[in-house]
Design a protein around this ligand. Structure first.
Ligand SMILES: [Cu+2]
Length: 169
């Protein structure tokens, strides 16, 4: 009887020690979670984009990449205008650095492939679309380049100042 009680006491102690050891390991694991490891560490930076006639607003307009994000920047683009818009992301030092034609319209064909980061193609007002871009530190121009024909008069959204600069650090 005495022995049985003693054994029981020992086994309870063993369970407690085991629990403490597990907690210590878990703690060490969390502390040891270096940038780049673990699913949560890969969360992209997020930029909220507002598209209206004829402006693009970025919030924030400067993002600092965490090492663990692997250059991933999620653009959440809300079309708050009254017509379709698109969102193109191109690496360029400034709006003026983009290849423009004589009318001041971006010539997308002349953008080097390596500088073309991608786009969210035109979509309806009232909708929000998201896309994750892989960006390295630098300067990017975010713009809408659609043309709308108003009975022969073509309005190009980029030319109407529908662009913004995104800085990635
Ligand atoms: Cu537009």
């Amino acid at each position: 009887m005495n022995n049985a009680t003693h054994d029981h006491f020992l086994s309870v102690r063993r369970v407690l020690v085991g629990a403490i050891a597990a907690t210590a390991l878990l703690g060490a694991g969390l502390v040891g979670l270096a940038p780049g490891s673990g699913a949560a560490a890969h969360k992209p930076a997020v930029v909220k984009v507002k598209l209206i006639e004829y402006k693009i607003k970025l919030k924030p307009s400067t993002v600092t990449l965490k090492a663990a994000s692997a250059g991933k920047v999620k653009m959440v683009a809300a079309n708050k205008g009254s017509m379709e818009h698109e969102m193109v992301v191109v690496r360029a030092d400034s709006v003026e650095a983009l290849p423009l034609d004589a009318d001041g319209v971006v010539v997308e064909d002349q953008i080097p492939e390596a500088d073309f980061m991608g786009e969210i193609g035109e979509y309806k007002q009232g909708r929000t679309k998201s896309k994750v871009f892989t960006l390295t530190p630098g300067t990017y121009v975010v713009f809408c380049n659609i043309d709308v024909d108003y009975g022969g008069t073509i309005i190009n959204h980029f030319k109407q100042d529908m662009h913004a600069v995104l800085t990635v650090k």
